[in-house]
Design a protein around this ligand. Sequence first.
Ligand SMILES: C[S@@+](CC[C@H](N)C(=O)[O-])C[C@H]1O[C@@H](n2cnc3c(N)ncnc32)[C@H](O)[C@@H]1O
Length: 193
Amino acid sequence: MTGVDFSSSALASAASLAKHLSLDGTWVETDVLDARAAVTGDFDLVYTSIGTINWLPDLDRWATQITGLLRAGGTFYIRDGHPVLYGLDEHADGLHMRYPYFNTGHAQVWDEETTYAGNGTVEHPRTYQWAHPLSDILNSLIKAGLQILRVDEGTTLPWKFSPRMVQVPDGFAWPETERDLVPCTYTIIARKL
Ligand SMILES: C[S@@+](CC[C@H](N)C(=O)[O-])C[C@H]1O[C@@H](n2cnc3c(N)ncnc32)[C@H](O)[C@@H]1O
């Protein structure tokens, strides 16, 4: 198992979790957009999940890293927040689209002092995020040489996106009367040809 992140503290957390589970791992500090060059070897599985590609301006380059890291016949799996969810106003009293679903080419700038990773505040609160519609995500993977095997959409999340979300057995979801109206997550399974 090899883990990639450009945050040394995120890698230290991953290493400590792996040790707790008695798993061996190699931890590589790099921008994920340079992962192929930074990581040694190739892999049967590339896995990425929750809060991943919204930080990336360039999905074609991201998808090229994935195919570069996979062996022929290897599997790519992603589960992440749905781009429709990211368009919603988390503070509205109903389901209101506020942010672009499509990539405008410009970053959305957020100043958020709190973090889902713990209590307290962060020293550098500014983040930049890019909207990626489902079509752009799928087309970047196809263009990089992956065959899409399955796409699913889900109605629960592992974090509370909005104060209006309620706790459910596997995380958080919109109130029951709204649960079937919008997707919260998507998963894609793809294979390197
Ligand atoms: C929201 S967290 C998600 C982490 C994990 N998937 C989880 O569910 O807790 C995003 C992670 O992506 C990392 N990250 C963001 N942009 C990156 C990039 N360009 N290259 C490498 N890591 C990046 C951050 O350092 C952070 O650890």
